[in-house]
Each structure stands twice: as structure tokens, then as C-alpha cells.
Design a protein around this ligand. Structure first.
Ligand code: TPP
Length: 323
């Protein structure tokens, strides 16, 4: 049993609550997608919640920034974006965080320092590096957490960004969420190495591999990484995690075995953390059920808000365009 006495109880409960909220929000979204209330793509983060929650819980979103890929619901919720505006975005409604024009892959909130939601694999890596440059240039006291999948790590943009970030000593923590698969390809089939954190060596940075199914391990590693990044050396973390669902809603996931999926479900980050908190008498099963009820209500209310919100006007087609 891991001793939790060095942690603030509020923080521990908050970590569990946020992971559960992401899980219930996405289950509701998947249901709405099945009913054809949501169109386009829907990439679920179920199974990976400990990565976004453990890392983002270190941030102060008045001065720090987050940039994510298209599997972005978890990061947006962990950052503190309003579940109603996120669900409305999935439904393509004007009350959505991107006015219903971005959808699942393009959650965005400039004021809350959430820079996506990016549909192009790896596109957020140079964007996050640019935000790091802005922080440094303006002598601000902030850091950027930049998330991407194992598939994105072979993009040129990743290598160019890390090189620049080191040359310019930018406050960026790059976090590779290795959920074992690209769209349908096992990362071991396309990668010469299986510990991506060693790529940090190529750019004279610190690199560390962490258990992405363990929210406290992610929390601690990110805390340490942020301190190093703010002192002038960017960091690369690789969080080993697993997605329980297909790549997107249309993926039957035939490239993996039921046994493999089952094995990772036994390591469910929410269930294992709940058990740890129970063993340490921080919560009871009843507290957990109450928390779960609250999260389900937030997700249900968000779906109601989205359903009742209006569609964007046709004129919206011509706003927010940069050309
Ligand atoms: C530049 C680019 N190439 C290809 C695609 C098609 N595509 C979408 S998701 C994906 C797999 C990416 O896998 P990974 O980065 O590991 O992220 P994960 O989905 O596992 O979170 C690909 C190839 C794309 N969106 N952008």
C-alpha cells in the first residue's frame, strides 16, 4: 500500500473527480454519437485519463498553457473548460467552445490558454513551442504542456520543435502519450526504439518514461519536469498508457486481442486510484458513488445544454477565417 500522507486530501479527491468526469463525459458523448446527434470524428480518451489529469493538475491556467492533439476532450476538461461548451462543440452548436465549427478534434479556448484540439498529427508541437517562445520573450512566469501520440513522434515537426526549444531554452514540457497504437498500427512495428523518452538525449534535454496509468506518478513526474523547463531546459516525458476504445468511433480495433485489452482494463487508472484512496481511508465506496453521481449529472446536463442550444447561423461560415 502506497502511503499518501504527504498529499493534500483535496488534491487527491480532485484527481479522482477529474478522471471520473472525463470518463462520464465521454461515455455520454459516445452515446450521443450512436444516436447520430454528434457528427464527424470522435476520438475517445477512455483509459488515458491519468495522463491529462495528473499533469495538468500542476498548472496555473492564468499563466500556463496546454496544447493537445485531436484526442482532446480529457485535456480540455482537465484544463477547466466548461463541460457544457465542450459538449455543445461536439454537437456543432453555436454555444460550443469553437462556435460549433471545430467539433471533437478542435476544442479551443484562447482566454483559458487551451490551444487545441489539432486534427493534423503533430501540428500542436510547433504551436506549443511558439507559445514557449512567447513566454520567454515576454519574460512571463509560465510553462506549456504539449501532448501528442506515439504516432506523432516520428513527424519532422517533433524533431524541429525539440531542437529549437533546446537552443532557445524554452519552458515547454513535451508529453508523448503512448497508448500503444497509431490509427491501427502497434508502435513497435513502426519505431526503432520502444522507450521514446530517450529521444530527449538527441536534443540535450531530460527525458523520462512514466506509468501513464498511475495519476500520482504522472503528477510527480510533471511537477519535476515543469521546474526543469522553467529553469531553461525543456523536458520530454513519455507516458505509457492504453486506450480502451478504438482509434475513433468507427474503428472496430481488430488489430489487437481481447486478452490484451482485458489486461490493460485491469489497470484502469480510475479504479486503481479509487482503491488506493479507499485503502488509505481518504474516501469510502459511498463517497465514490456520490462523486460518480455528480459526474454523471454534469455529463447529462451538458448533453441537455447541447441539445437545446441553437445551430450557428449560416453567416458564421465567414467568421474566424484567416486567409
Ligand atoms: C499529418 C497527418 N497525417 C496523417 C493523419 C491521419 N491520422 C489521424 S490519427 C493518426 C494516428 C496518430 O496516432 P498517435 O499520434 O499515436 O495518436 P493516438 O490516436 O494514438 O492518440 C493518423 C495517422 C493526420 N491526421 N495528419
Amino acid at each position: 500500500m502506497k502511503d499518501l500522507k504527504n498529499y493534500d486530501t483535496k488534491l487527491l479527491k480532485d484527481l479522482l473527480f477529474k478522471m471520473l468526469l472525463i470518463r462520464r463525459f465521454e461515455e455520454k458523448a459516445a452515446q450521443a454519437y450512436g444516436l447520430k446527434k454528434i457528427g464527424g470524428f470522435l476520438h475517445l480518451y477512455i483509459g488515458e485519463e491519468a495522463v491529462a489529469v495528473g499533469s495538468i493538475s500542476n498548472l496555473d491556467m492564468t499563466k500556463d498553457y496546454v496544447a493537445a492533439a485531436y484526442r482532446d476532450h480529457g485535456h480540455a476538461l482537465a484544463t477547466g473548460l466548461d463541460p457544457n461548451s465542450l459538449m455543445a462543440e461536439l454537437y456543432g452548436k453555436i454555444t460550443g467552445c469553437s462556435k460549433g465549427k471545430g467539433g471533437s478534434m478542435h476544442f479551443f479556448d484562447y482566454k483559458k490558454h487551451f490551444f487545441g484540439g489539432n486534427g493534423i498529427v503533430g501540428a500542436q508541437i510547433p504551436v506549443a513551442t511558439g507559445i514557449g517562445l512567447k513566454i520567454k520573450y515576454n519574460k512571463e512566469d509560465g510553462v506549456v504542456l504539449c501532448y501528442f501520440g506515439d504516432g506523432a513522434i516520428h513527424q519532422g515537426a517533433f524533431h524541429e520543435s525539440l531542437n529549437l526549444a533546446k537552443i532557445w531554452n524554452l519552458p515547454v514540457v513535451y508529453i508523448c502519450e503512448n497508448n500503444h497504437y497509431g490509427m491501427g498500427t502497434d508502435y513497435r512495428r513502426v519505431s526503432a526504439i520502444d522507450d521514446f523518452s530517450i529521444m530527449a538525449d538527441s536534443y540535450a534535454m531530460n527525458g523520462k518514461q512514466v506509468n501513464g496509468m498511475n495519476v500520482l506518478e504522472v503528477y510527480e513526474a510533471t511537477k519535476e519536469a515543469i521546474e526543469i523547463a522553467k529553469n531553461g531546459t525543456p523536458v520530454l516525458l513519455e507516458a505509457k498508457t492504453y486506450r480502451f476504445k478504438g482509434h475513433s468511433m468507427s474503428d472496430p480495433a481488430k488489430y489487437r486481442t481481447k486478452e490484451e485489452l482485458e489486461k490493460y482494463k485491469q489497470k484502469d487508472p480510475i479504479i486503481s486510484f479509487k482503491e488506493l484512496l479507499k485503502e488509505n481511508n481518504i474516501i469510502s465506496e459511498e463517497d465514490f458513488l456520490e462523486m460518480d453521481k455528480q459526474c454523471k449529472k454534469i455529463a447529462k446536463d451538458a448533453a441537455k445544454f447541447a441539445e437545446e442550444s441553437p445551430e450557428p447561423d449560416l453567416d458564421e461560415l465567414y467568421t474566424d477565417i484567416y486567409a
